[in-house]
Design a binder for this molecule. Structure first.
Ligand SMILES: [Zn+2]
Length: 567
């Protein structure tokens, strides 16, 4: 038996369905047949739908709602078969649209429905009025670029498929949710749709958690590589001098040889050592950096090679040194020239035999560590003066790489400044407008004795002193007296209105500044201390030497200054 219908078809009564609804308000339950139901605000569903779209995207949200409708359609088809058992009866099919209406989802009006249960052919065209999903979309999004009645469509597919016992797919061919005049759906067996298989995929829940895990690991690896790049200015630069150095570093990284990094203080030797490590086959192993100048001479051996229990009074436990900790990886020995003769001998043994003994012990430990050494003094000269072992020097200097000072690669300034601006904008959660033209001009003429580390400090200072959406001025980059001392070729107007022409008192111009601007001794001292620390790589003893002070005297002034700053 088959039947088709036209719009004037007499629809059956809905009473058998409405009778299924029972409220057990005292029990906190609503029933529809044997299914527990919920009475829920459309606005709550709207908020849920919006959140889903925002958090997992339109395509996935669409899948969720299609499947939500699908589940509902399956259950209603079951109820329809129970209440209207004659499958050849059109009323049984029509229970679906009626239930949809009854539940307040949508009003369904048939346009054309042709069903033949014998041949199991199906063709349906229906119009939807007042779809709850269109209402939600209009309220929340204005309109979508594609049909919006997702859960309704899922319901239609499930109900019809269950009724026909074959896969029927409905598509919304026009929808008010995307600006069309009407919501029209067309349904036919899945295989009669060209893209039926693809559409049916919406009805299989893809486990989002697997995708999340795989994305998570991608994010993790991206983050790791970002962290590796962050704060590192290796590779930032296009000057010939720097590119040449980088090419050498890349070559060195792939091999196993010891690398000797030469260059002035602040050129970024540790950063470069780290990139050698990260580009080597040991990249996933430990990288240990040691500044030999920062460790007291009598401790350097135990620090590097470890201590055996009972080696000296108080050595109650044996402990490994930096070499053992770096085993399998890379050790970076900065200021290697500062090693004591005994430490030099132990280092030579590690290089030659791959073994070491802890201080105070006789047991031999095998270590496989790649050594990257650095110095800003001439090792050759130290060898000539008898301060450094010649055999160790030859071992270390198999692959020397010279890192040019910043003043020899000023064309790299824009890239480096951009790098540090990004870094400090992030660190201090602000966004300045970058450097003023005057600041740029000065940066390009400055000698940069502290090299890239000094540039980094200068940019950090500028970012700290400058508000968001303001330009970093020259004065916020450098302390004023320093600037006045350097800019002797400019005319200055002091507070009394007097113009000082270039060359007037060149050797005393910064002293004039101090007096004329009432800068005060404290401020001068503060800036001298900061500059000395900068020059000495924050080494207190070194900074004291630069100012002709004893270490305790300098430390005292520094402490006073820090107290003042934290007050
Ligand atoms: Zn629609």
């Amino acid at each position: 038996m088959s039947w088709s219908m036209a719009p004037d078809f007499q629809l059956t009564d809905i009473n058998d369905l409405t009778e299924q609804i029972r409220f057990q308000s005292k029990e906190g339950k609503i029933w529809f047949g044997e299914q527990r139901m919920l009475l829920m605000q459309v606005s709550a569903m709207a908020a849920f739908r919006r959140e889903l779209v925002n958090s997992i995207g339109l395509e996935r949200a669409k899948g969720f709602f299609l499947r939500l409708g699908y589940q509902s359609g399956l259950r209603d088809a079951e109820l329809a078969r129970k209440l209207r058992p004659d499958a050849h009866d059109f009323d049984t099919f029509w229970a679906g649209p009626q239930l949809h209406s009854l539940k307040g989802m949508v009003k369904v009006v048939p346009i054309e429905i042709v069903i033949d249960q014998e041949t199991r052919s199906f063709h349906g065209e229906l119009e939807w009025f007042d779809s709850w999903e269109v209402e939600v979309v209009k309220k929340e999004f204005g309109q979508l670029d594609e049909p919006a009645c997702w859960s309704l469509l899922g319901y239609a597919c499930a109900f019809s498929s269950s009724f026909m016992r074959r896969e029927i797919i409905f598509r919304e061919v026009s929808c008010r949710g995307c600006g069309d005049e009407r919501c029209l759906i067309v349904g036919k067996p899945a295989e009669e749709w060209e893209d039926g298989i693809e559409f049916a995929k919406y009805f299989t829940a893809e486990p989002i958690i697997e995708e999340l895990y795989s994305l998570q690991s991608q994010v993790q690896s991206l983050r790791t590589s970002l962290e590796r790049q962050q704060g590192q200015y290796y590779g930032i630069g296009q000057s010939a001098a720097y590119k040449e150095a980088c090419a050498k570093i890349d070559k060195a990284a792939q091999g196993k040889v010891s690398v000797l990094i030469l260059g002035e203080t602040g050129v970024g030797k540790e950063v470069i050592a780290r990139s050698v490590h990260l580009r080597s086959q040991r990249a996933d192993k430990t990288f240990v950096a040691v500044n030999c100048a920062a460790i007291p001479q009598d401790l350097i051996e135990s620090e590097l090679f470890g201590v055996e229990k009972g080696a000296y009074t108080g050595a109650n436990h044996g402990r490994p040194g930096r070499f053992e900790r770096a085993n399998g990886g890379t050790i970076f020995l900065d200021e290697v020239i500062e090693l004591t003769p005994r430490a030099q001998a132990s280092l030579l043994r590690v290089l030659q035999e791959g073994e070491l003994e802890r201080v105070g012990g006789t047991q031999t430990y095998q270590v496989c560590v790649r050594i990257i050494a650095a110095t800003n003094e001439s090792l050759e000269q130290a060898v000539n003066e008898g301060r450094f072992r010649a055999d160790l020097y030859y071992r270390l200097s198999v692959f020397p790489v010279h890192i040019p000072p910043l003043r020899e690669r000023l064309e790299d300034l824009p890239l480096l400044v951009e790098h540090f601006l990004n870094k400090f904008h992030n660190d201090y959660s602000k966004r300045t407008l970058g450097l003023s033209d005057k600041a740029w001009g000065y940066l390009n003429s400055y000698a940069w004795p502290g090299n890239i580390r000094e540039l980094e400090n200068v940019i950090e200072r500028g970012v700290i002193l400058t508000d968001s959406n303001e330009t970093i001025s020259l004065e916020s980059l450098f302390p004023t007296p320093m600037l006045e001392a350097q800019n002797t070729d400019e005319e200055h107007i002091y507070s009394d209105g007097q113009v000082i022409k270039p060359g007037d008192k060149p050797s005393h111009s910064w002293i004039d500044t101090v007096f004329n601007k009432s800068i005060g001794l404290d401020a001068v001292e503060e800036q001298l201390i900061q500059r000395a620390l900068l020059e000495a790589n924050n080494n207190v003893a070194g900074a004291a030497r630069l100012l002709g002070l004893s270490r305790p005297a300098f430390a005292y002034r520094l402490k006073k200054l820090e107290e003042k700053q934290t007050r």
